[in-house]
Design a binder for this molecule. Structure first.
Ligand code: PLP
Length: 450
């Protein structure tokens, strides 16, 4: 009961102050929208909150519902909001472009797309200078897998069992945690052991997991592969940092098998991991292909594949195009995002605030036995919940309760993991230490009542 709560916690956690009054809302109510959504968007019924919010306005790391109530968006859209909701510079650049010209085709020139491609290429090391724009992460990964097959002349692709790469045919095939649910039949995609330090069979020994990649190549392919795809830190799979040494070991195995190394940076890119601009940089390897989406447009739909000019030739020799991929408006937004990340020092902020938040979350483990693991880097963090620390029994129902109650107290987070028991924290990169404190206090309060 409330009195008891107040006695244990003295005061309820207070959200940091924000000098912003949301615009008056006059649209349909949450219950009306939910009713109509069930009718016209039935696929959204399953995975949502019992009582979803009607979120109508955003301001940096905060969101407002129809009544003007404020929420801390610690999921950052869905890890899509890099700079902050409706960041003024991104809004300005997008609106300017919308007013000028919204769309042409690759038959013509326009500075928006070329400027963005050039600025993006400048963020990559070595030969990674050839950019293709898409509309989403799925499309970027589909394209990357196709490029690997075309370039190498081989067909087999290797992906990690717990990875998430998208929801079209090849990407779903590469996403072992989902594909069986959707009856996707993909030939030539092989799933390898998850190098998960918390639950994996070899603990933190990355090199041992890499032997499985060699095994799969030896037993399951002709000895040559088109490529290997992995997220430097798994996002949807429950924020899993791949065991140290895994990616470099796999890199040399894949090279020997004639394949290309694809880094799926859809969640890890644009400074989110704090220590580096790209997730692969923490592993000391340079991929052949990098795929991007989510944070690239701060919520505006756009994705990209970045590769070397040599590899890119397989597409320039063919008539490859995407109607909306890298359209002018998305490109203008993307360029503004790059500038804001630099100007607002967002990568540095992700490092400082992310380290602080991780530390505070880890300290909560002493108090709450339900927390089995705290992991991640920068502002890509995960909290795995278990019923029993020794057995690591996933606490899925408890996770859902915490998730729902934190929302009621004003904090929005994500959920995920193969067992559905991981709280995912991927806020906009402008997240502050005060926001981190509020999040931890709300989580603490919620868990204290379990
Ligand atoms: N790759 C990763 C790592 C992702 O997290 C996602 C989406 O969550 C995708 C690819 C697919 O991106 P999209 O949903 O934009 O198609």
């Amino acid at each position: 009961n409330e009195e008891e709560d107040d006695a244990t916690h003295n005061v309820l956690p207070q959200m940091p102050h924000l000098a912003h009054t949301p615009s008056p809302y006059t649209g349909p109510s949450a219950s009306d929208l939910l009713h109509r959504r069930k009718q016209f968007l039935p696929s959204t019924v399953g995975p949502v909150y019992t009582h979803p919010l009607n979120l109508v306005e955003g301001k940096m790391q905060y969101l407002f519902d129809e009544s003007g109530r404020r929420y801390l968006d610690a999921f950052g859209g869905i890890a899509t909001i890099s700079c902050g909701h409706c960041h003024p510079d991104v809004v300005q650049a997008t609106v300017n472009q919308i007013r000028l010209l919204q769309h042409t085709t690759v038959l013509y020139l326009n500075p928006a797309v070329v400027d963005f491609a050039e600025a993006l290429a400048a963020k990559f090391p070595g030969e990674l200078k050839a950019v293709f724009f898409t509309n989403s992460g799925t499309e970027a990964n589909e394209l990357a897998l196709m490029i690997a097959r075309l370039y190498t002349g081989y067909h087999d692709i290797i992906s990690i069992r717990n990875g998430y790469h998208g929801n079209a045919t090849s990407t779903m095939g590469a996403t072992a945690q989902f594909f069986h649910k959707f009856n996707v039949i993909q030939t030539g995609i092989h799933h390898v052991l998850n190098p998960d330090p918390y639950r994996g069979v070899f603990g933190s020994d990355g090199v041992k997991y890499a032997y499985d990649v060699q095994d799969v190549i030896d037993y399951g392919t002709c000895g040559h592969v088109a490529g290997f795809i992995a997220e430097p830190i798994q996002g949807v799979g429950g924020v899993i940092e791949l065991a140290p040494g895994y990616l470099p070991a796999v890199y040399s195995i894949i090279k020997k098998a004639g394949g290309l190394f694809i880094a799926d940076e859809v969640q890890t890119g644009f400074g989110r991991t704090g220590s580096h601009f790209w997730g692969f940089e923490a592993h000391g390897i340079v991929p052949d292909i990098v795929t991007l989406a989510k944070g690239i447009g701060n919520g505006v739909p756009i994705g990209a594949v970045v590769t070397t000019p040599q590899i890119a030739k397989v597409l320039t020799q063919r008539y490859y195009f995407s109607t909306f991929g890298g359209n002018l408006v998305s490109a203008a937004a993307g360029l503004a995002v790059l500038k804001v990340i630099e100007k607002d020092k967002l990568q540095q902020n992700a490092f400082v605030v992310g380290s602080y938040l991780k530390e505070r979350l880890s300290t909560q483990m002493e108090k709450h036995k339900i927390i089995g693991d705290v992991r991640g880097r920068g502002l890509l963090l995960g909290v795995e919940l278990v019923k029993d620390r020794k057995l690591k029994t996933p606490a899925k129902e408890e996770m859902l309760q915490i998730f729902e109650r934190m929302k009621d107290m004003g904090v929005l987070i994500g959920k995920g993991g193969f067992h559905g028991n991981v709280l995912r924290i991927t806020p906009p990169l402008c997240f502050t230490k005060e926001d981190a404190d509020f999040l931890v206090e709300v989580m603490d309060y919620t868990m204290s009542k379990m």
